[in-house]
Design a protein around this ligand. Structure first.
Ligand code: 4NP
Length: 165
């Protein structure tokens, strides 16, 4: 059986990448692909190792039916480039940090989440980054969710053909 393994990556692993993980798990289960698409998340920084997702991220996600309570912060490591097929970053700084620790042969595994959204998407086409909501207000967490929902749907559509037997 063909599978693909994905690690979503942000700075702290308490706001954006856990949100992406929770949204992706939900959509992948709905698509009956939970045994084919393996999902994790991590941060490039080490401040929140072992921590639950930010309360604001958890609440905003719960309001849309995504449960982030079981997730715990961890820091990305060079070994993750062996474990995962794709390391999907939220912003350009995350990409730069991933490139610093990536074995050269594995650099092509690093992608930006918003790359998967078609340019023609009326709301998010052309948006490059999922902006860090940590120091902002509640609307930032809603925007993260909107972007994760759009991008994870597009990501599943991209992956689905390569998972067929
Ligand atoms: P995240 O947000 O990268 O989306 O998890 C942040 C969380 C914590 C910090 C920065 C960004 N921080 O500086 O602690």
């Amino acid at each position: 059986m063909k599978t693909v393994s994905i690690c979503f990556v942000c700075l702290g692993n308490i706001c954006r990448s856990p949100t992406a993980e929770g949204v992706m798990r939900h959509l992948v289960a709905q698509a009956k692909l939970a045994d084919r698409i393996l999902i994790d998340s991590a941060g490039t920084g080490d401040w929140h190792i072992g921590a639950t997702p930010d309360e604001r991220a958890q609440q905003a996600a719960a309001n849309r039916g995504y449960d982030l309570t079981a997730l715990r912060g961890r820091q990305i490591a060079a070994e993750d480039f062996e474990r995962f097929d794709l390391l999907i970053a939220m912003d350009d700084k995350n990409v730069a940090a991933l490139r610093q620790i990536s074995p050269p042969a594995q650099r092509d595994k690093i992608r930006l989440l918003m790359e998967f959204v078609p340019e023609t998407d009326a709301r998010w086409g052309g948006a490059r980054e999922v902006v860090d909501p940590y120091f902002g207000g509640a609307e930032g967490f809603e925007q993260v969710l909107d972007q994760c929902e759009t991008a994870c749907r597009a990501l599943i559509a991209t992956l689905r053909p390569q998972l067929l037997d």
